[in-house]
Design a protein around this ligand. Structure first.
Ligand SMILES: Nc1ncnc2c1ncn2[C@@H]1O[C@H](COP(=O)(O)OP(=O)(O)OP(=O)(O)O)[C@@H](O)[C@H]1O
Ligand SMILES: [Mg+2]
Length: 230
């Protein structure tokens, strides 16, 4: 679905991704793992078109999108749920969700999946986003991404800073988005247990490089210990 071929990415003169080659299979959940600061967020930004300088080749369903700006990638079906969620606190839940719909031409409507997956949001559309708990804001950020009617969902640490009881709910939603709504998911996670439960494939990052990748069954404890703080 998405492929990276020897991709480098830079923040100004700072070299953040080094020769990353990786395939993101269609219809699966691919977990991107690694310690703090290894380039997981940078990888998602690179896929979404949010980095100022990228070399190498990125393809979406075979089409070269390396030079495509973020809005074109959004129209082509890539949606992004950023680390930290980036909800607009003074906007209502409805307005926050509809913001996602601006990524696409056409009708701006609450996506069909929202009442089913996020009943609380649906029942509170006129409340401000800022009053929500961390877990609810994460749901709102996912709902906003769905408003762009994506094929590929990029999720950056969706369980970070969320109370354990709610983590399971977020997990279940991500799994349903893949298995029922048929979204291809790229899931950045530091919660290895969740990544193992949800993910079909993994890529391990270290210092801006993809140092291992494969089927989730190939993610050994040794790999996790070598590359992650657990
Ligand atoms: N805006 C920026 N300008 C310059 N360097 C940056 C910027 N954002 C990140 N970096 C650097 O790029 C590298 C990769 O950062 P990135 O945010 O992608 O890591 P990460 O794996 O997502 O970390 P975390 O787990 O803490 O979210 C780090 O060395 C970081 O300091
Ligand atoms: Mg990050």
């Amino acid at each position: 679905m998405l492929t990276l071929d020897v991709v480098d990415a830079f923040y100004g003169r700072s070299h953040a991704l080094h020769g990353v080659s990786l395939g993101i299979p269609e219809g699966a959940i691919t977990a991107i793992l690694g310690r703090n600061g290894v380039g997981k967020t940078t990888l998602l930004k690179t896929l979404m078109g949010l980095m100022e300088r990228v070399t190498g080749t990125i393809r979406l369903a075979g089409r070269d999108i390396t030079r495509a700006p973020a809005y074109r990638r959004a129209r082509a079906g890539i949606a992004y749920v950023p680390q930290g969620r980036e909800i607009i606190p003074d906007f209502t839940i409805r307005e926050n969700i509809l913001m996602g719909a601006f990524a696409r031409p056409g009708r701006r409507v609450i996506p069909d999946l929202v009442p089913e997956l996020f009943p609380y949001l649906m029942q509170n559309l006129d409340r401000p986003g800022g009053v929500l708990s961390g877990g609810q804001q994460q749901q709102l950020a996912i709902a906003r991404a769905l408003a762009a009617d994506p094929k590929v969902l990029l999720l950056d640490e969706p369980t970070e800073g969320i109370q354990p009881s709610i983590v399971e709910e977020i997990e279940a939603i991500i799994i349903r988005l893949n298995s029922e709504a048929k979204l291809t998911v790229v899931l950045v996670e530091q919660n290895v247990a969740f990544a193992r439960r949800a993910g079909h494939h993994f890529a391990m990052m270290e210092k801006g490089r993809a140092v291992a990748a494969g089927a989730m069954a190939e993610l050994t404890d040794a790999l996790v210990h070598r590359h992650m703080a657990v």
